[in-house]
Write a protein that binds this ligand. Structure first.
Ligand code: FES
Ligand code: FES
Length: 180
Protein backbone atom coordinates (compact mmCIF):
# COMPACT_ATOMS: atom_id res chain seq x y z
CA UNK A 1 0.00 0.00 0.00
CA UNK A 2 1.09 3.53 -0.71
CA UNK A 3 0.13 6.58 1.31
CA UNK A 4 -1.29 9.37 -0.80
CA UNK A 5 -2.76 12.77 -0.15
CA UNK A 6 -4.99 14.59 -2.60
CA UNK A 7 -7.44 17.43 -2.56
CA UNK A 8 -10.81 16.51 -4.00
CA UNK A 9 -13.51 19.13 -4.45
CA UNK A 10 -11.82 21.36 -1.91
CA UNK A 11 -11.25 18.75 0.79
CA UNK A 12 -7.88 17.16 1.46
CA UNK A 13 -7.89 13.40 1.89
CA UNK A 14 -5.13 11.07 2.99
CA UNK A 15 -5.34 7.37 2.37
CA UNK A 16 -3.37 4.17 1.83
CA UNK A 17 -4.02 2.78 -1.62
CA UNK A 18 -3.00 -0.21 -3.65
CA UNK A 19 -0.63 1.23 -6.28
CA UNK A 20 -2.76 -0.41 -8.99
CA UNK A 21 -5.92 1.43 -7.99
CA UNK A 22 -7.33 3.65 -10.70
CA UNK A 23 -8.20 7.21 -9.76
CA UNK A 24 -11.83 6.72 -10.78
CA UNK A 25 -12.19 3.75 -8.44
CA UNK A 26 -10.49 5.64 -5.62
CA UNK A 27 -12.85 8.56 -6.10
CA UNK A 28 -15.96 6.41 -6.19
CA UNK A 29 -15.15 3.55 -3.84
CA UNK A 30 -13.05 5.28 -1.19
CA UNK A 31 -14.16 8.89 -1.30
CA UNK A 32 -17.81 8.35 -2.28
CA UNK A 33 -17.56 10.63 -5.32
CA UNK A 34 -20.08 8.59 -7.27
CA UNK A 35 -20.98 11.53 -9.49
CA UNK A 36 -17.96 10.44 -11.51
CA UNK A 37 -19.01 7.35 -13.41
CA UNK A 38 -17.41 4.47 -15.29
CA UNK A 39 -18.82 3.93 -18.74
CA UNK A 40 -16.22 1.72 -20.34
CA UNK A 41 -13.04 1.34 -18.26
CA UNK A 42 -11.10 1.34 -21.54
CA UNK A 43 -10.53 5.09 -21.97
CA UNK A 44 -13.11 5.40 -24.76
CA UNK A 45 -16.21 7.08 -23.36
CA UNK A 46 -15.03 10.00 -21.22
CA UNK A 47 -17.76 9.51 -18.60
CA UNK A 48 -15.07 9.42 -15.91
CA UNK A 49 -13.56 12.81 -16.81
CA UNK A 50 -12.39 14.96 -13.90
CA UNK A 51 -10.04 17.90 -13.60
CA UNK A 52 -6.59 16.95 -12.33
CA UNK A 53 -4.54 20.04 -11.48
CA UNK A 54 -7.09 21.96 -13.51
CA UNK A 55 -6.81 19.84 -16.64
CA UNK A 56 -9.40 17.39 -17.89
CA UNK A 57 -8.36 13.74 -17.65
CA UNK A 58 -10.16 10.45 -18.00
CA UNK A 59 -9.81 9.19 -14.46
CA UNK A 60 -9.87 5.56 -15.60
CA UNK A 61 -6.53 6.22 -17.28
CA UNK A 62 -4.84 7.62 -14.17
CA UNK A 63 -3.62 5.75 -11.12
CA UNK A 64 -4.64 7.15 -7.76
CA UNK A 65 -0.97 7.34 -6.80
CA UNK A 66 -0.35 9.60 -9.80
CA UNK A 67 -2.73 12.12 -8.26
CA UNK A 68 -0.74 12.23 -5.04
CA UNK A 69 -0.34 15.82 -3.91
CA UNK A 70 -2.66 17.16 -6.59
CA UNK A 71 -6.01 18.93 -6.81
CA UNK A 72 -8.90 16.93 -8.26
CA UNK A 73 -12.24 18.46 -9.18
CA UNK A 74 -15.21 16.22 -9.90
CA UNK A 75 -18.64 17.22 -11.12
CA UNK A 76 -19.67 17.28 -7.46
CA UNK A 77 -17.26 20.13 -6.77
CA UNK A 78 -18.50 22.50 -9.46
CA UNK A 79 -21.49 24.06 -7.77
CA UNK A 80 -21.17 26.92 -5.31
CA UNK A 81 -21.42 26.46 -1.53
CA UNK A 82 -25.06 27.53 -1.67
CA UNK A 83 -25.80 24.96 -4.35
CA UNK A 84 -25.72 27.42 -7.23
CA UNK A 85 -24.95 25.45 -10.35
CA UNK A 86 -21.80 26.13 -12.36
CA UNK A 87 -22.71 27.92 -15.62
CA UNK A 88 -21.96 24.74 -17.59
CA UNK A 89 -24.25 22.70 -15.35
CA UNK A 90 -26.97 25.32 -15.62
CA UNK A 91 -26.63 25.46 -19.40
CA UNK A 92 -26.92 21.67 -19.70
CA UNK A 93 -30.10 21.91 -17.65
CA UNK A 94 -31.50 24.81 -19.65
CA UNK A 95 -30.70 23.29 -23.03
CA UNK A 96 -31.88 19.76 -22.20
CA UNK A 97 -28.39 18.58 -23.05
CA UNK A 98 -28.94 15.14 -21.59
CA UNK A 99 -31.33 12.25 -21.71
CA UNK A 100 -30.18 9.25 -19.65
CA UNK A 101 -27.49 11.45 -18.08
CA UNK A 102 -24.79 8.81 -17.93
CA UNK A 103 -22.32 10.75 -20.06
CA UNK A 104 -23.21 14.05 -18.42
CA UNK A 105 -20.68 14.28 -15.55
CA UNK A 106 -17.79 13.64 -17.91
CA UNK A 107 -19.27 15.82 -20.63
CA UNK A 108 -19.63 18.74 -18.20
CA UNK A 109 -16.10 18.35 -16.89
CA UNK A 110 -14.72 18.18 -20.43
CA UNK A 111 -16.69 21.31 -21.28
CA UNK A 112 -15.32 23.14 -18.23
CA UNK A 113 -11.82 22.15 -19.32
CA UNK A 114 -12.51 23.29 -22.87
CA UNK A 115 -13.86 26.68 -21.78
CA UNK A 116 -10.89 27.26 -19.51
CA UNK A 117 -8.66 27.05 -22.59
CA UNK A 118 -11.02 28.54 -25.16
CA UNK A 119 -13.63 30.84 -23.61
CA UNK A 120 -15.46 31.41 -26.91
CA UNK A 121 -15.36 28.20 -28.90
CA UNK A 122 -17.04 27.88 -32.27
CA UNK A 123 -19.45 25.03 -32.86
CA UNK A 124 -16.68 23.04 -34.52
CA UNK A 125 -14.30 23.77 -31.67
CA UNK A 126 -16.85 22.53 -29.14
CA UNK A 127 -17.34 19.34 -31.12
CA UNK A 128 -13.58 18.87 -31.41
CA UNK A 129 -13.04 19.68 -27.74
CA UNK A 130 -15.60 17.09 -26.65
CA UNK A 131 -14.62 14.40 -29.15
CA UNK A 132 -13.25 12.20 -26.38
CA UNK A 133 -16.66 12.07 -24.70
CA UNK A 134 -19.35 9.82 -26.10
CA UNK A 135 -23.11 10.23 -25.74
CA UNK A 136 -25.46 7.51 -26.91
CA UNK A 137 -28.64 9.53 -26.48
CA UNK A 138 -28.64 13.16 -27.47
CA UNK A 139 -27.08 13.42 -30.90
CA UNK A 140 -24.80 16.07 -29.37
CA UNK A 141 -26.72 19.06 -30.77
CA UNK A 142 -28.02 20.29 -27.44
CA UNK A 143 -24.71 19.58 -25.76
CA UNK A 144 -22.91 21.85 -28.20
CA UNK A 145 -25.58 24.51 -27.69
CA UNK A 146 -25.23 24.23 -23.91
CA UNK A 147 -21.47 24.69 -24.03
CA UNK A 148 -21.81 27.80 -26.16
CA UNK A 149 -24.54 29.17 -23.91
CA UNK A 150 -22.31 28.54 -20.89
CA UNK A 151 -19.47 30.37 -22.63
CA UNK A 152 -21.72 33.36 -23.19
CA UNK A 153 -22.88 33.34 -19.57
CA UNK A 154 -19.33 33.09 -18.26
CA UNK A 155 -18.30 35.99 -20.48
CA UNK A 156 -21.20 38.10 -19.28
CA UNK A 157 -20.55 37.47 -15.60
CA UNK A 158 -16.75 37.44 -15.50
CA UNK A 159 -15.01 40.53 -14.14
CA UNK A 160 -12.69 42.11 -16.73
CA UNK A 161 -9.52 40.62 -15.34
CA UNK A 162 -10.95 37.28 -14.17
CA UNK A 163 -9.83 34.08 -15.75
CA UNK A 164 -12.11 31.15 -16.48
CA UNK A 165 -13.49 29.39 -13.44
CA UNK A 166 -10.89 27.51 -11.46
CA UNK A 167 -11.59 24.59 -9.20
CA UNK A 168 -11.79 25.46 -5.54
CA UNK A 169 -8.47 25.30 -3.72
CA UNK A 170 -7.90 23.82 -0.34
CA UNK A 171 -5.97 24.38 2.79
CA UNK A 172 -4.34 21.97 5.15
CA UNK A 173 -6.88 23.08 7.73
CA UNK A 174 -9.67 20.96 6.27
CA UNK A 175 -7.58 17.85 5.77
CA UNK A 176 -9.33 14.66 6.73
CA UNK A 177 -8.41 11.03 6.92
CA UNK A 178 -10.54 8.63 4.89
CA UNK A 179 -12.44 6.42 7.33
CA UNK A 180 -11.76 2.68 7.11
S1 FES B 1 -14.81 5.04 -18.02
FE1 FES B 1 -13.06 6.26 -18.42
S2 FES B 1 -13.18 6.68 -20.53
FE2 FES B 1 -14.88 5.39 -20.19
S1 FES C 1 -27.43 11.40 -22.22
FE1 FES C 1 -27.37 9.23 -22.34
S2 FES C 1 -25.32 8.82 -22.91
FE2 FES C 1 -25.45 10.98 -23.05
Amino acid sequence: MTKISMTVDGIQYEDDVDPRTLLVHHLRDRLGKVGTVVGCDTSNCGACTVLLAGKGVKSCTVLAVQADGMDVTTVEGLSGPDGTLHPVQQAFHNSHALQCGFCTPGMIMAAVDLLSENPSPTTDEVREGLEGNLCRCTGYQNIVRAVQDAAATMHATAPPTAEAAEPASTTEANAQEVPR
